[in-house]
Design a protein around this ligand. Sequence first.
Ligand code: PEP
Ligand code: MG
Length: 546
Amino acid sequence: MLILTGKPVSDGIGIGPLALFRRAKVSTEVRPVSDREAELARFREARDSAAGQLQALYARALETVGEEDAAIFEIHQMMLEDDEYTEGVENRIKDGLNAEAAVEQTAQELAAIFRHMDDEYMRGRAADVTDVSRRVEQILCGASPMDASAYDKVILAADDLAAEEIMHLDAKKILGVVLSAGSASSHTAILIRNLGIPAVFGVGESMIGEPEGQMAAVDGGSGKVVLNPDAATLTEMQEKQSRFQKDREELEMVRGQESVTRDGQKIEIYANAGHLADLPGVVDNDAEGIGLFRSEFIYLESDDYPTEEEQFSIYKKVLEAMPDKRVIIRTLDIGADKKADYFKLEPEDNPALGLRAIRICLTRPELFKTQLRALCRASVYGKLAVMFPMIISVEEVRKAKAMLWEARKELLSEGVPVADAIETGIMIETPAAALISGELAKEVDFFSIGTNDLTQYTLAIDRQQTNLDAFFDAHHPAVLRLIEMTVQNAHEAGIWVGICGELGADLSLTATFLRMGVDELSVAAAGVLPLRAKVRSLDMQTSEKK
Ligand code: PEP
Ligand code: MG
């Protein structure tokens, strides 16, 4: 038995066999081939094996997500069988190229053709041809594909995980996550919390050498991980798991209840989400709205810029999942730790202080316009609010809003319906925004305070850094004062203000936020009911001031 201690990142107990996360290493470099016939056979075998994987994925997706969403795997199978694709690869191999390079070059050529087509749907196929080719390349290179089915009911262990790697996992099959490194305020941590998977980060490198398949127990509330537990420890962890589940069941009592203190102060409790897979959790946990939909994860899941059509269909689904409830979709917040290769962003010395979020959108208006059109088109399917991230000036807000209204006007002139009212808001996640929140409040309908970045930028502590924990103080008075100042300025201007950073879920601050007058808290779905229970237990007349 080995006990490891790390940072508690996502509450809950997970018990199951340990599996190490494997990254698919793919090389598509050109290398000499002596036997072209053998190389052709190698390609055909890989293609058939990829088709088999896709068939299995299609069958599984049919059961879990339905026909419409499963169709993508069928489209990928069809691409593999397409003559143009197969001949493109085979002719290159016949000319002397190795299979990996032949697949890559064919994929790039076809993707470029698709990308330049007039038809929106056909442009979307560029990403598919890249995806399907990546699958074949992985098989050719002998790399296990990042296929969710590879991890079934396991405790997943890795050195660290990137946000986009989490996106490729099937959350229902991951019982717990243990990372040897990792920061509790990273997007990886946020995604894992949104998915409700128990997790401990920063347990040290020794874990990576541990044999797979041994029993592991993860206590995401205390930060303890036990490998190969003895009988007594296993029973103890199982009992704790039952207690945790029982506590969750008790929280059912606040389902459907108002989020109101004993002396009548109300607050709205929303949930954060990052992709469609989070929606069942948001609905199940009785969230009163979506306070932050991180749209950048749509971009991170793609191999190319998501089209207007693709984005529209996702935003529409998000709004339809929350009828009559406010859904705040944040525009693209890419950059810093959220990177997609196809953006081809220049390397930066300080990416957290670099070209990210609204800065990218305002410098690449065509990219922003696509998203804004998709959002406007989806607006008729629910109660949409659009929120702009990383704002530092009034000019940025005005420019972003002008582009939103331009997209709206354009659509209306094309005869496409757009909702009459779309609320607009900004994130307050820089000290600059908090300090000029009085001016900013005149421009928008609401603020949402992003305490993750606000803390990072106020304390000058990189949220990705794993070795600054000793200096990190989530309750630092400077951060709390900036929050209070923002709330006061918002209310003076007559707009409402929420918190969508991770601090919103910190139950030791709930009374403080209520006292400041925060109108809404948006937390990971699993945090909604505990937070409502906390609010309902408070009496602001008697609760101690902090
Ligand atoms: C924040 O900064 O608090 C926030 C909610 O945005 P993100 O965590 O995605 O940067
Ligand atoms: Mg942020």
